[in-house]
Design a protein around this ligand. Sequence first.
Ligand SMILES: Nc1nc2c(ncn2[C@@H]2O[C@H](COP(=O)(O)OP(=O)(O)OP(=O)(O)O)[C@@H](O)[C@H]2O)c(=O)[nH]1
Ligand SMILES: [Mg+2]
Length: 357
Amino acid sequence: MNKTISHIVHLNIDADPKFISEEMLSEIENLVINLDITIKKKEIIKIKRINPSTLIGEGNLVKIDHDIKKKNINLLVVNNNLTPAQQKNLENRLKVKVTDRTGIILEVFARRAKTNEGKMQVQLAELIYRKSRLVRAWTHLERQRGGTTFIGGPGELQIELDRRLIQEKILNIKKRLSKVKRRRHVQRNLRKNNNFKTAALIGYTNAGKTLLFNKLTKKNQSSRSRLFETLDTKISRVYLGANKYIGLIDTVGFINNIPTSLIESFKATLEEVNKADILLNIVDVNDLNANQKIKVTKGILIDTGVEKNKISEMITIYNKIDIKGSKSLYQHKKNYISALTGEGVSDLKRTLKNSLI
Ligand SMILES: Nc1nc2c(ncn2[C@@H]2O[C@H](COP(=O)(O)OP(=O)(O)OP(=O)(O)O)[C@@H](O)[C@H]2O)c(=O)[nH]1
Ligand SMILES: [Mg+2]
């Protein structure tokens, strides 16, 4: 198989939330590297006016085309969301494969999924994404061909078959996932009956949720500097002292512009978050985009149906205070911790204990 050599572009057109473009570029870079794809060129393109058919204007496309030929690039990664038509038009114009942000995120999720449930959820997200591409790409194609002329032609039939097949697969996975949902529901009810409260660790990917989970529960879940290391939900007991326990939940991390198909398919997982008594939002204190990431996290919680009051009562925990001499700045401040050194963790336990009363 030929090696994938990519060119990454980030278009700074997403006005809200205003992420620092350099950070957004390094985020997608990180995701692309995780897919073992070589990066030959990366750039931020300032867009004044959006070109509806290709998103990127012709002037920039000429330069990109030049680089693609010069550096033997065979994949263009656009760190924004492309419509199916834009993706197709770019591919036709540049004669290389083109993928957008959602495509890359879905691919990383597919690589990370280990358990049955995780795999099913990712597969569902991919099918939902593909189905929408197929249908919309087809309507676009039909319009290009002059509408009704080709109705009943082989192209339409094939797409209709693909679409039906995809729909069947979607229904099948949804059925299997509903069993998982029911099982979780039963377990939650058991906890509720025993008056066993839960706290969910949530927040942007790579913030340190799993390392904190391990610290508090003495478990050994995989925590690595890779985006979306965790896909599956884990729950474990934490002793808070004075005969009090809480169930701590570790779950999938969030990201800006998370694909809607992922939110839809991770419902069973996200339900654990929705139903938790306390939400702990883990934030990397050294992150330049920390405030934007908090906004993104809140937005995703709203989108997934978490009650407003639960979001406003959410406790923000600033993690990684051991890095870059930040310790002196944050030492003894409430909810500033290091999951690595354990600093501030016993205070956090106290906060949790108090919130149980
Ligand atoms: N220096 C330092 N590194 C930390 C701290 N907490 C986490 N890390 C590191 O940050 C990286 C990400 O940690 P994880 O615990 O996997 O992050 P996560 O939030 O679970 O990420 P996802 O599972 O992708 O959502 C790992 O390399 C950790 O070792 C901390 O307090 N200090
Ligand atoms: Mg994790």
